[in-house]
Design a protein around this ligand. Structure first.
Ligand code: AP5
Length: 192
C-alpha cells in the first residue's frame, strides 16, 4: 500500500502514519524526520536545510524530491510506504507522479486531515509542554513565530494540493479534530 498524508503542521500526520506503520508493516517516510536527521548529522543537505527549517519555511523541492526518490528505492519500501509531509508543493506532487511512474509504482490513496488553526496552535503548545516535562529537546520550529510561518507556508504552498489530488480522484478527507483513535478508525474505513 502506498499512501500520502496531507495536512497542516500539527494535523496528526506523523501520529497516524506511525499507527498505520504497525498495522500494515510498511514504513513511514517523514521528510521532516529525514531532514532533522540530516541537520543533526550536519550533512551537506542538513547544513543547507537548517536555517530554512528553523524559520518555518519549506526546504527546496529539489532537495526533498531527491531524498524521497532515494528512500523509496530502499528494500523496506518494497511492499509500500506512507508519505508523511511529502509532497508539500504542487511541483513536488508532479515530481512524485513522475518518480512513481518511472519506478512502475502507483499510489493507493491520498488522505487529508482537516484541523482548525486554533487547534493546531494548541497542539503545538501541548507538544512543547510535554517535551519539556519529559526532559526532551523541543523542536527548533515549535515556537510561536516559526509555527505562524509554517501555517502561512501551508496555506500558500501545500493547501493547493487538495485540489491537485481531488482532480486525480485520489483525495479522501478525514476530520482530524476527533481524538486519535477515532481518526485512525476513519482512515482504516477508507483503506478497507
Ligand atoms: P514536518 O516534520 O513534516 O512538520 P509539520 O508538517 O509541520 O508537522 P508536524 O510534525 O508538526 O505535525 P503532524 O501533522 O505530523 O502532527 P503530529 O502527529 O506530530 O516538517 C518540518 C519542516 O521540515 C518543515 O517546516 C520544512 O521546513 C521541512 N520539510 C518537511 N517536509 C518538507 C517538504 N516535503 N518540502 C519542503 N520542506 C519540508 O501531531 C502534532 C501534535 O498533536 C502531537 O503532540 C500529537 O500528539 C498531537 N495530536 C495528534 N493527533 C491528535 C488528535 N487527533 N487529537 C489531539 N492531539 C493530537
Amino acid at each position: 500500500m502506498r499512501l500520502i498524508f496531507l495536512g497542516p503542521p500539527g494535523a496528526g500526520k506523523g501520529t497516524q502514519a506511525k499507527l498505520l506503520t504497525e498495522r500494515y508493516g510498511i514504513p513511514q517516510l517523514s521528510t521532516g524526520d529525514m531532514l532533522r536527521a540530516a541537520v543533526a548529522q550536519a550533512t551537506e543537505v542538513g547544513k543547507r536545510a537548517k536555517a530554512v527549517m528553523d524559520a518555518g519555511q519549506l526546504v527546496s523541492d529539489e532537495i526533498v524530491n531527491e531524498i524521497v526518490s532515494d528512500r523509496i528505492d530502499a528494500p523496506d519500501c518494497a511492499k509500500g510506504f506512507i508519505l508523511d509531509g511529502y509532497p508539500r508543493t504542487v511541483p513536488q506532487a508532479v515530481a512524485l507522479d513522475l518518480m512513481l511512474e518511472s519506478k512502475g509504482l502507483k499510489l493507493d490513496a491520498v488522505i487529508e486531515l482537516k484541523v482548525d488553526e486554533a487547534a493546531l496552535v494548541r497542539r503545538m503548545e501541548n507538544r512543547v509542554a510535554e517535551t519539556v516535562a519529559a526532559g526532551g529537546t523541543v523542536r527548533s520550529d515549535d515556537n510561536p513565530e516559526a509555527f505562524k510561518r509554517r501555517l502561512t507556508e501551508y496555506r500558500e504552498k501545500t493547501a493547493p494540493l487538495s485540489e491537485y489530488y481531488a482532480g486525480t480522484g485520489q483525495l479522501k478527507t478525514v476530520d482530524g479534530m476527533a481524538d486519535v483513535n477515532t481518526v485512525t478508525a476513519e482512515i482504516e474505513k477508507i483503506l478497507a
